[in-house]
Design a protein around this ligand. Structure first.
Ligand SMILES: C[S@@+](CC[C@H](N)C(=O)[O-])C[C@H]1O[C@@H](n2cnc3c(N)ncnc32)[C@H](O)[C@@H]1O
Length: 324
């Protein structure tokens, strides 16, 4: 396979070749290809919950699977500000691709080459959603800290909804920047600390317990309770006290994160997925925009910008910059 990107073993720094059966070194497979992705790691790492979640809800957030749904499309282009035509032939790195909602946007709407990395078995869900883009799509199960690429090769790097779920957020930002070419843009969006009240909510109070539960147990509890929680939060919003009360109800923020225009059944499914996503991660470390901006600057980025970006009825907290 002829790639424009040089592959490199992150553990030995030796060159790798991408073959249909695996990533090879001196003709030997060092990282096998399995169910659509090259595997540098095993599934039983700290992101196993995400592997479970994204394979269970593989199609839920994929625009292509929903009628009239452009949520991922709108978020992707609002956050990046990229022009589809400028991306033709670009090598784009996506880290923490999950089920591939943004991989789909890049692959279906641009002519870029996409290299997507996720530490979990979510790569299988992504392959189901996007594997038909055979020539331009390359998928790796690997950690952001140990990716199979030589440094400074990508024209664009994006990482949405991921950095807060990694053990060392500053190191994660550095690893992303390391992959960008001089002149390339790096963009992250993440959970943001808005003030002292950010952590005063059911998620941060209960997660130390719920993250220890099995995936099955957590999902079952959410499914059992989701209907009354939707009813209660909707009621509190209606009478105008949702802003103060709903943060203590252990369900995702329906008003701020669930798109408008979904059927009742779809809202229920999105709520189950987003609530599982709240209570299962090993790491959840929201960041101040000013902190992430500082990390960008300290790691050789110029024209660094950070702030909220609005799309549909939602908001993403974004930092971006250009590699010097
Ligand atoms: C909340 S999900 C977001 C997925 C996708 N970007 C989206 O917005 O739908 C976070 C993803 O980051 C991945 N992740 C967490 N730590 C990672 C790491 N060290 N390296 C690569 N991916 C990681 C998880 O496996 C998970 O799929």
């Amino acid at each position: 396979m002829n790639l424009q990107i040089t592959l490199q073993n992150p553990f030995t720094q030796k060159p790798l070749l991408q073959q249909p059966s695996g990533l090879t070194q001196n003709g030997e497979i060092v990282f096998p290809f399995k169910n659509g992705a090259y595997r540098l790691v095993e599934d039983n790492n700290y992101t196993q919950n995400f592997g479970y979640q994204w394979n269970k809800f593989a199609a839920t957030q994929i625009d292509r699977e929903q009628k009239n749904m452009q949520l991922s499309y709108n978020r992707f282009f609002a956050v990046t500000g990229w022009d589809k035509k400028d991306l033709t032939g670009c090598d784009i790195l996506e880290v923490g691709s999950g089920a591939g909602r943004f991989s789909q946007i890049v692959l279906d709407h641009t002519a870029a080459n996409l290299y997507s990395v996720d530490y979990s078995n979510a790569v299988e869900a992504n392959f189901k959603n996007n594997g038909h883009h055979k020539d331009r799509f390359h998928l790796y199960q690997a950690s952001v800290y140990e990716m199979p690429f030589a440094k400074a090769q990508f024209d664009k790097v994006f990482c949405f909804g991921v950095i807060q779920h990694t053990p060392d957020v500053n190191k994660t930002v550095q690893s992303l920047i390391n992959m960008a070419k001089p002149g390339a843009e790096v963009i992250v969006d993440f959970y943001c600390v808005n003030g002292w009240w950010t952590k005063l909510q059911a998620k941060y109070i209960l997660r130390p317990i719920t993250k220890k539960w099995s995936n099955e147990k957590l999902l079952k509890k959410i499914e059992k309770n989701v209907d009354w929680m939707i009813a209660a939060t909707t009621f509190f919003n209606k009478i105008g006290i949702g802003r103060f009360v709903n943060r203590f109800i252990p369900i995702c923020d329906i008003k701020g994160t669930i798109p408008k225009g979904l059927s009742k059944k779809e809202i229920r499914e999105w709520c189950i997925l987003d609530t599982f996503d709240m209570f299962s991660p090993q790491y959840d470390q929201p960041q101040k925009i000013s902190t992430v901006k500082k990390w960008f600057q300290q790691n050789g980025m110029k024209n660094v910008w950070g702030g909220p970006v609005r799309y549909n009825n939602c908001v993403a907290y974004v930092v971006k910059g250009t590699k010097a």
